[in-house]
Design a protein around this ligand. Structure first.
Ligand SMILES: O=c1[nH]c(=O)c2[nH]c(=O)[nH]c2[nH]1
Length: 307
């Protein structure tokens, strides 16, 4: 919160970061579920006396914030989405403490996935997947809410149906036009929901989890195209735009979508010495490198979106 004190602008918040908690739910039929969450909490207040007057009477101890994560996890007797857990935590902090004007809760979910053995889902066995489900919830004391969900580290690659040509050529340009290359990225996506108050959140259990899975599917399906013929990508920019528009077209309950798509280069390998060609590139041997990489990102939102 920003205050004017002693002739200065002062902006402050405090919280606890990297609180790790795992929650297991054991159903009567013997099937277990687990989530593992890494929680970050920031509390906003108008009080600055802890900073300026050595008076801690308005402070929620960050140690208490950490304990609250475990207490709330215990209270959640039914499996819930990471978004719903973040909302519950934020609600707790903004309603219990008169001093707290807003709570910011960020959570990254570790991608534990149920294993299958010979095609049969295991009752209590899990392995680590790759991309992570993230959320950020901002809740004001008034009940005003902003929910953002996201994906971190979704690695996507296709070996053809990608090119890049017609770009600006100048005295420093060496990159040839191509209609044949590998397209690879490590997608970070985030999207916001139009719910502006805790009272307008859908009450359907696991609503946010289902939406996360369906958004991830649309993003990946658009990147790859149909299984047999694929879809030609004239640039990362074009593919990114199609992925983002398909999310907004597919899901009326999403207000904005932001995509970050590094262009992870697979460079053609050509090797020769003064006598011989050792390796001639024929769309077969590549040098994969993520340093340096292209950085391409964009945000798409609806006209009416206030987010
Ligand atoms: O899809 C691409 N977009 C770019 O902006 C770019 N720049 C570049 O060198 N290669 C590529 N590829």
């Amino acid at each position: 919160m920003s205050n004017k004190i002693e002739g200065f602008n002062f902006d402050q918040r405090h919280g606890k970061q990297r609180v790790r908690v795992a929650r297991v739910w054991r159903s009567e039929n013997g099937r277990h579920s687990i989530v593992e969450w890494n929680v970050g909490i920031s509390l906003l207040t108008d009080s600055v006396v802890a900073y300026t007057r050595d008076d801690n009477s308005d402070l929620v101890a960050t140690d208490t914030m950490k304990n609250t994560v475990y207490a709330k996890a215990k209270e959640c007797v039914e499996e819930l989405s990471v978004e719903d857990f973040a909302i519950r935590l934020a609600k707790h902090f903004t309603s219990l403490y008169q001093q707290v004007t807003a709570a910011l809760v960020k959570i990254v979910e570790k991608p534990w996935e149920r294993v299958s053995i010979d095609g049969q889902p295991h009752e209590h066995g899990f392995k680590l997947g790759s991309e992570k489900h993230t959320t950020e919830v901002i809740l004001k004391k008034s009940g005003a809410l902003k929910v953002t969900s996201g994906i971190e580290g979704l690695a996507l690659l296709k070996t053809t149906k990608s090119g890049f040509e017609g770009f600006i050529r100048d005295k420093y340009t060496v990159l040839p036009d191509t209609r044949e290359r590998i397209l690879a990225t490590d997608l970070t996506a985030s999207w916001t929901y139009p719910y502006e108050s805790i009272y307008s959140i859908p009450q359907k259990p696991l609503y946010f989890t289902e939406r996360y899975l369906s958004v991830k599917k649309v993003l990946a399906d658009t990147f790859y195209g149909p299984p047999k013929e694929g879809v030609y990508s004239p640039s990362v920019q074009s593919t990114l735009y199609h992925m983002a528009t398909n999310v907004l077209k597919g899901f009326p309950d999403i207000a904005t979508v932001q995509l970050k798509m590094p262009n992870i280069h697979f460079l053609p390998v050509n090797l020769s010495n003064k006598d011989n060609t050792i390796v001639k590139f024929e769309d077969d041997v590549y040098l994969p490198t993520d340093e340096p990489h292209g950085s391409i990102e964009a945000t798409l939102s609806r006209f009416w979106s206030k987010m």
